[in-house]
Design a protein around this ligand. Structure first.
Ligand code: ZN
Length: 288
């Protein structure tokens, strides 16, 4: 255990191992930012019809195709959905749940809560969580930070809401714990290497576009990362965005990548929630 400057206490799990002798784990996370993505990047996008339509593509066109990919390859997924997007597209979000996947918290309108006052932050959490509960029938148990904005008050709110995990931090290769007062959260680490925004990201306005790399680039980076994670026993946890990775050519690549990754039988494919529940057992054991 050690503390950093903001007094966050992280706990590495020394004897961590994956279940049933698996060498590593894969958790496919999708950030379904939809129209909330461009609005959060610049509030003027609320009136920018082309930028909104680019976000909407991710939900209306890409998400159904992504759900088919998950079905075709029998891959579980975790879908982080801002309440604003769920309100606008309730039918497809219900589909996510009906097809056996997890829906998790991603703010109300993709706010970067690092920039908010604590009372505003709480409002965002409560509003987003209630909408997801209404649409999916279940309060989300996990959260990933829009724009990777996270601070002490964020952790306090996650604990106050009884949530199980955060996936926004990066200290270890495998899940760990964060102490928040007398309680703790499971931290499921992410990595910028497995974030498609780094390869394909960008919004129409105000920047006027973004990166347009070939899908093959992502295949190479993610395959080499998977091979390394499998060797060293880590977690391959993704931050994928339907509006970018759900384009036909890129999704075609993802079929090939997942087929390669599925060719190994020592890999545990799970939702973030399943990994958090599994990890929680280590804490209960350590606490006695
Ligand atoms: Zn997001």
């Amino acid at each position: 255990m050690h503390s950093n400057q903001t007094n966050i206490k992280t706990h590495q799990i020394i004897n961590f191992s994956w279940p049933e002798g698996k060498k590593c784990a894969v958790a496919i996370g999708w950030h379904v930012d939809g129209e909330a993505g461009p609005i959060a990047s610049d509030p003027r996008n609320l009136h920018h019809i082309a930028a909104l339509s680019m976000g909407a593509y991710g939900v209306s066109t890409a998400l159904p195709r992504i759900l088919d990919l998950h079905d075709d390859l029998n891959v579980p997924g975790s879908f982080f959905v801002p309440g604003y997007v769920a309100e606008r597209h309730p039918d497809v979000i219900k589909q996510v749940v009906a097809r056996g996947h997890e829906v998790a918290h991603h703010g109300y309108c993709h706010e970067n809560v690092f920039l908010l006052e604590e009372h505003q932050e709480r409002e965002v959490f409560c509003r987003g969580g209630e909408i997801l509960k209404e649409i999916t029938g279940k309060y989300p148990v996990g959260w990933s930070a829009p724009g990777w904005g996270i601070k002490q008050s964020t952790l306090n709110i996650l604990v106050d809401l009884g949530m199980l995990y955060d996936c926004s931090l990066m200290e270890y290769d495998v899940p760990y714990f964060i102490s928040v007062g007398k309680k703790s959260l499971v931290e499921i680490p992410i990595s910028m290497i497995l974030d498609d925004y780094e390869i394909f990201g960008g919004w129409l306005f105000p920047n006027g576009g973004g990166v347009n790399a070939p899908a093959e680039t992502a295949y190479k980076i993610w395959k080499e990362e998977f091979d390394g994670i499998r060797r060293f026993g880590g977690l391959f946890s993704t931050t994928f965005h339907p509006e970018f990775l759900g384009r036909p050519g890129r999704l075609n690549m993802l079929y090939s990548l997942f087929a390669y990754m599925k060719s190994f039988d020592d890999v545990w494919w799970a939702t973030f929630e399943e990994i958090a529940l599994y990890t929680q057992k280590f804490f209960i054991e350590e606490e006695g």
